[in-house]
Write a protein that binds this ligand. Sequence first.
Ligand code: ADP
Ligand code: MG
Length: 400
Amino acid sequence: MLKERSLANFFDEYLKKGSVFGDKSRLQTNYKPEDIPHRDLQLEQVGVIIRPALRLERPSNFFVYGKTGTGKTLVVTKMVDFLIETASGAGVFVSSAYVNCKLDTDTVYGLFTTLAREAGIDLPSTGLSTDDVSGAFFSAIDKKKQVFFIVLDEIDHLIKKAGDDFLYKLTRQNEQLLNAQVAIIGISNDLMFADSLDPRVKSSLSQEELVFPPYNAVELQDILNDRTLSAFAEGALETGVVEKCAAYAAREHGDARRALDLLRVAGELADRKSSGKVSIADVDGAEEKIERDKVADIVSTQPKQAQVVLFSIISVTNGSSKFIFTGEVYEVYRRLCQTVGLRPLTQRRVSDILSEFDMLGVITARVISKGRHGRTREIMLAEQAGTVSVRRILQDALGI
Ligand SMILES: Nc1ncnc2c1ncn2[C@@H]1O[C@H](COP(=O)(O)OP(=O)(O)O)[C@@H](O)[C@H]1O
Ligand SMILES: [Mg+2]
């Protein structure tokens, strides 16, 4: 226990040092920066496609592809907002509704209620069918002579759950509208996604396609430097911190979201130590923490069976980092299933779950040959999955 005097010092120290942050909100994902470095070409491409709306001509529907953190959402929403502003200055009606098909909804009904809400339409809260809601949405926007952009972000997620019929209907909608004209902008991280669409949908939706390339480490540095200008207190970043964040974020593919997260978490770690400065070591700490959180996230959203499998691995491993046999895991898994009241899956199905975990980086698997006795698989728990917090998540989820 700290003595009262040192306790007072403890908080004084904190106050004196102050936070490393200035305007921290600049590091948040939904913050829209003024400048968008290294996306001039993409901003212009989007602008060229959507600008006929300024003359109330219907723009092409189009798709934007690119890996996560390549600026797709930022560039599209910024340009659409900017266009709407310009249009309103010129007395032309242009509107938009944005739906994140991963976060906001997983049904077509949900899609249209979100669109209606975005467009400021009041709907009765119960008793409506999907057709009622889409009908209400379209008749509301058709009251005005306008171009209406529907931005469907992370669209592949909704199509996986709900099929692509609704997209076909959306693209046909203009034939029914008297005043308004609808233009659809689809955004996806999955480059292969359009190939899975019905060819009619594909051709009417991807009249144009843009692919956003990943940023390289130098570009990420520029992006970070731009945003950190007022996100951090003056002199709070030690030399090399921005470079290190950019280098880490460029390792898999140049992901600006990852780079910003690293910098923010590094700042939070520095503040926790009240060191007054963000050091390179804080960036390493941030990288570890983000990886750990990612695993915790994966673990907590797994189906129950997979959680039991993982808990079995953790039990067999018992805190050590060594390879274990999948046979041992299966034995423990069967007993655990009894405890939590689940019917055990076959060894073959458990094997599939293990492959999935391997892909997600929760475990590492290797196949070893046992000479003429055939081959067997050994697995090792990833370091971030062997933590107390992962164990606790599983215990809570399974009630054990
Ligand atoms: N060129 C850029 N300049 C400044 N910030 C950027 C840039 N590109 C992306 N970002 C930021 O990185 C994060 C991820 O960008 P986002 O547009 O959401 O990526 P995507 O939609 O491709 O996954 C957001 O916080 C965004 O503001
Ligand atoms: Mg996005």
